[in-house]
Design a binder for this molecule. Structure first.
Ligand code: ARG
Length: 431
């Protein structure tokens, strides 16, 4: 029905009679100097976008689109409009300035409140959709719901709830000695215990499942190269999650863990740092997306000491940062599906866009890097045709910059206009 209305109003605007605007509808017309069509990989000039409530109703050449009466005009004729950006790997409830043992003094409630702040920073930096891959105590679920209900300004969120991990692994919390007897909420060992954790995440309204398939940089006492979970355990997680209709993201740096997770059928590998030819071949065979956070290393190595990261984390980062960037370059050249994910939360929220120039430095064209943060990210999140595109029927999530990001992708570090769901959250450019 909804699609029918969109289709008929779109048709009506083409054949030239005015679409009736009902009293409750809010209609906006945006004049785009340039518009980036990510679906067809081209830049268009002189376009009009008609937004009815929270949906794009029509888009096309300015002289062909009918302006509905009563529409509010937004003039961005000096700017380039793009679909709102998507970051497939963030932690909105994590404050990048709190690390190591300091993190133990932060309650889950405090972290969720911090998320109401980082959500605004993220949205105003042009990221209108994020996938939040792990939060304690379902802080991400609460934040997502609060944004949906309009209490907090923030991006559309797809959330993982509690990340699943082995006892003592990267997704556990290993800072306290044994007498405290403390495990992170998503820790379980063995296939059935893990199926139960997947069901629990589903029960408390997580959208996807995240698990840790190897050690990590920021965790105490874990090794990047060491696989966490057996193949049997990973298979159980993925089978259970897919049965319940949830996608699965696996954190993995080391080659063995990456391979096991791909074979288990995960939808994406996070970090994907140490890739050999066989692993790249497997990712192609299984059509696994790689979400590679190749900017964050600069921040960890420059500011890690100052913000209290463990010395062990800095040492691991020195080993893996450059290796990951080279893996990115080879995987991209081989044609692997690489999706934009920054790991903001390990570095300050709102700086997500800094990763674009790294992706271009390591082999992508600016268009490919932008597609990784729009079209491809939308598909990974299961939101294709709804976000990451300016086509008719999509949510009215769009951003604008001055200049051409295809000539200088770092323009995406400074977004001047942000609309989400038809609502303007930032406007430095027009009326
Ligand atoms: N959250 C990740 C971990 O702790 C951060 C990795 C950052 N480093 C990198 N080169 N991507 O493992």
């Amino acid at each position: 029905m909804f699609r029918l209305i969109i289709a008929s109003t779109f048709l009506a605007s083409f054949i030239g009679f005015a679409v009736p605007t009902s009293a409750q509808d809010e209609v906006k017309v945006i004049r785009a100097g340039q518009l980036l069509d990510v679906t067809n990989g081209r830049m268009l000039s002189d376009q009009l976008i008609v937004v009815r409530n929270n949906v794009i109703e029509a888009v096309g050449d300015a002289n062909r689109i009918n302006i509905p009466s009563g529409a509010i005009e937004i003039d961005l004729s000096n700017s380039t409009i793009l679909p709102g950006l998507i970051d497939a790997h963030v932690h909105l409830t994590s404050d990048a300035s709190v690390n190591g043992y300091d993190s133990l003094s932060r309650s889950s409630i405090r972290n969720a409140l911090y998320g109401t702040y980082s959500a605004g920073l993220t949205l105003r930096s042009g990221f209108t959709t994020v996938r939040n891959v792990g939060a304690v105590a379902y802080g991400d679920v609460a934040l997502r719901d609060s944004i949906v209900d309009g209490e907090v300004a923030g991006p559309r969120m797809i959330v993982a709830g509690q990340s699943l991990g082995i006892t003592g692994g990267h997704c556990d919390n290993n800072l306290l000695p044994a007498e405290y007897d403390f495990n992170a909420g998503g820790v379980a060992d063995g296939p059935w215990a893990l199926r139960q954790k997947v069901r629990e995440n589903n029960k408390y309204s997580a959208d996807l499942i995240k698990f840790c398939a190897t050690g990590g940089v920021m965790s105490k006492g874990t090794s990047l190269g060491a696989q966490q979970f057996t193949q049997e355990e990973m298979n159980a997680i993925v089978d259970e999650a897919h049965t319940l209709g949830m996608k699965v993201a696996a954190h993995a740096h080391g080659t063995n863990g990456i391979q096991a997770a791909i074979r288990a059928g995960v939808d994406s590998i996070e970090h994907a740092s140490i890739l050999d030819d066989e692993t790249i071949r497997l990712a192609l065979e299984y059509e696994t997306a790689l979400v590679m956070d190749i900017y964050v290393s600069d921040y960890i190595l420059e500011s890690g000491t100052e913000v209290g990261m463990l010395e062990e984390s800095l040492a691991k980062e020195r080993e893996v940062g450059q290796v990951q960037r080279e893996s990115f370059q080879r995987a991209h050249a081989a044609g692997v599906n690489i999706v934009f994910g920054s790991d903001a939360g390990v570095y300050p929220h709102g700086l997500n866009g800094r990763q674009f120039s790294k992706m271009v430095e390591f082999g992508m064209s600016p268009m490919q890097a932008i597609q990784a943060a729009t079209l491809k990210a939308a598909a990974l999140l299961g939101l294709e045709n709804q976000v990451g595109t300016l086509n008719e029927g999509a949510y009215a999530d769009l951003i604008a910059v001055q200049g051409n990001p295809l000539e200088n992708v770092s323009l995406l570090e400074n977004i001047g206009f942000v609309m989400k769901d038809g609502e303007v959250f930032l406007n430095q450019f027009s009326n």
